[in-house]
Each structure stands twice: as C-alpha cells, then as structure tokens.
Write a protein that binds this ligand. Sequence first.
Ligand code: DCT
Ligand code: MG
Length: 399
Amino acid sequence: NISWFTDSMREGRPVAVETRHLIQDTLPSEGPTPTSVAIVSQYACQRRTTIENNNSIFTDAFEVLAESYEFSELEGQCLAFRRAASVLKSLPCEVRRQEDIRDLPWMGEHTKAVMEDILQYGHSFEVERMLSDKKYQTLKLFTSVFGVGPKTADKWYRKGLRSFSDVLTEPSIHLNRMQQMGFLYYEDISRAVSKAEARALGSIIDEAVRAITPDGILALTGGFRREKEFGHDVDFIVTTPEPGRENSLLPDIIERLKQEGILLYCDYQASTLDISKLPCPRFEAMDHFAKCFLILQLEGSKVEGGLSRSKEGGRGWKAVRVDLVSPPVDRYAFALLGWTGSRQFERDLRRFARLERQMVLDNHTLYDKTKKEFLAAQTEKDIFAHLGLEYIEPWQRNA
Ligand code: DCT
Ligand code: MG
C-alpha cells in the first residue's frame, strides 16, 4: 500500500530532550526493592525498543484510536497516540499504576484517560466502542486490501458500500490493477509473512541478483531487519558498486523473476532522483529511488518448515508482497536507515535532526543547515555519528 509513506507530521515544540522517569517495583510482597531510574527521551531515536513489548495491553488500544483518527484525517490526535504507544513500547517493564507514567513524555490527557480505564477495568470503553463502530470496521476492512488507502476506503464507505462483495459488484467502481491484485490474492496477502518465508524470498532475490551482477549488494530491510517475527511484506535494498548501473538492476531482476514464472504482479517506478534538488524542502511522500512493488509466487517447498498458511487450497504456494528499492551506492546508508523503520523511529530521527541539530535528514541525504553542507555516510553508524546520537541497532528500532 503506497500510502505507507504518507508521513504528515504535526509537531509540537520540543520539551526537554530527556525526561526523568522513575520505574519502581510495585509488588509489596517483595519488600524494599532498589529503585531504578531510567531516562526516557521524547525522541524514539534516543530509546532502545526491541520487539518485546511489555505494554501491549495499552499500545494495542492506542493503535485502534490512532487508526480511527487516521481514517478521520485528524493527524494531530493520531500522532499523539502513536507517540504515546511508542514510549510505552520502550519501557523495560509493565505499567501497573498511573504514577508509573507520571514523568514519561507524550502522555496527554486523552492518553491517560484511556490508560486509567485499562488499569481499572482491564479494557477501555472508548476502544471497545470504536471496535464495534460500523464505519471503523468497514474502513479497516477496505484498507486491508493491497492498493486501497484511507481515501479510497472512505469514498467507498460514503457510497454505502460495506463489504467486499458490495465493492466488487458495484458498477460505478473501477479498480486499478493494484487493487484488482489485492482482491485476487487477498487470502494470501492479508495473512502475515513469516521469518522463514522472508528468508526463502531473500534466497530467491539473492540468486537473481548474483545471476545479473556478481558484485551486486542485497540487504534485507523493513520489519524483518528489525527482527520482527512476522510482516505484511518483505523489503529489500539492492544496489551495485558501479555508479549508474543500479538503474538497470531492478528491470533485470524483474525480467528474471518473470522468466522463473513467479512474478504475479509488478509496479515498477523508475528513479526520479535529482541530486541537485536535494535536500527536499520538506519530507516528501516517497523517496526518489527506483523501486518496485511486487507480488511473488512463493513455493512451499522453498520454505523451511513449509508455508505459514494453514490451508493452502491444495496449490502448494503463497502469494507474497515484496518491495525492492534501488539507490545509487553512495546513497545506500541513507536508504537502508530510512527503509529499516520503524515508522515512528524514522519520524523521530528526522524530527531530532531538524529540531536538535538544525539538519535535514531524509532517505537520500543528511544536510547541515548551519554549515551549509551535505554530510556523507558509508554506513548507518556514520549517520548516527553525524547526528551526535548513540548508535541504535536495527533490532532496537521497533519504536
Ligand atoms: N517507512 C517510513 N515512513 C512511512 C512508511 C514506511 O519511514 N510512513 C519506512 C519504515 C519501514 C519501511 O519504510 C518499510 O515499510 P513497511 O513495510 O510498511 O513497514 P515494516 O516496518 O516493514 O512493517 P511490516 O512488517 O508490516 O512490513
Ligand atoms: Mg515491511
């Protein structure tokens, strides 16, 4: 879904870069325990967030409300819940009392009220109401289709459509090819991709790259690079040390996948990168690198332990979403950092760069506005160093 990249941030002014937070053990039976003092930054890029989430009871609830605000295009409220969720995900233990969050950043009144309900009753009434709201349910269903973003989903809802069969039988609706594929492979694509499936796809892409150019560079990125167990797609960066050669790389890979008979869908977008126009004055919807959004046919026999899908319908393969991005090699580190995510981590890296360092960071470059110069980087570590940030490993970026 291309709208993943829509990043419309409404930003508050920075409070202090760091906020003191006291995490106390609340179990009375354990007697006096040492009080650990942790410092929780308002920036996700100054927090280490693994996939282990001790506060999913709160963050799942926040995500429902964030999503509903996203559907209503209330960006400020949406971001408020996403920020609060991101802070709670980084905590080393479960929040058990309202006092535990007292000194945390981004805990607004609404957020606190939702948490209060959960602490007191085990669930939030507002979230329950939202989950049973017909409009929310319908928009959630429609946006689960590849190629359908919140705008299209809302348009369909306003036409009175409530189900897939309503959409598919409505004569005034013309699905684009992406949406047609989204419906055709819905069963497969809406089911999460496993790590084993991602690994199998990595081998397939790697083989294609090797056959095209022996010095090709392939890197897993996105959620699987952050060591997530499941994802909605598999993201890769592919490039070559030979400048300019990256432009024909994706078309060559696509051709090979087609010849192998495993290319079910391909939306290829050539590079629109113009170095002289960087840095982009504001963060744009999507970066300018060549990229393709694919659906590949993954054979169960190629996956260690088989496909994650329970019923295969007897066909022995699964349709899987794969994204390939192809930056020039001198942009590799920026592209890798930008595509590794998480979304919240990326947002805060850019916000930190701008507000704390007077720099502009995007998927192509890092620009120092004070020195009026671009800062080159070979690796992600170089970029963190330019920003004066401690290095955060990919598996600690699940903000
Ligand atoms: N990205 C970003 N800003 C966005 C959307 C995406 O910076 N608004 C980056 C971060 C993740 C990366 O692009 C790949 O996007 P997705 O595949 O949507 O995210 P993911 O973290 O890989 O999640 P999933 O496991 O669901 O694929
Ligand atoms: Mg992904």
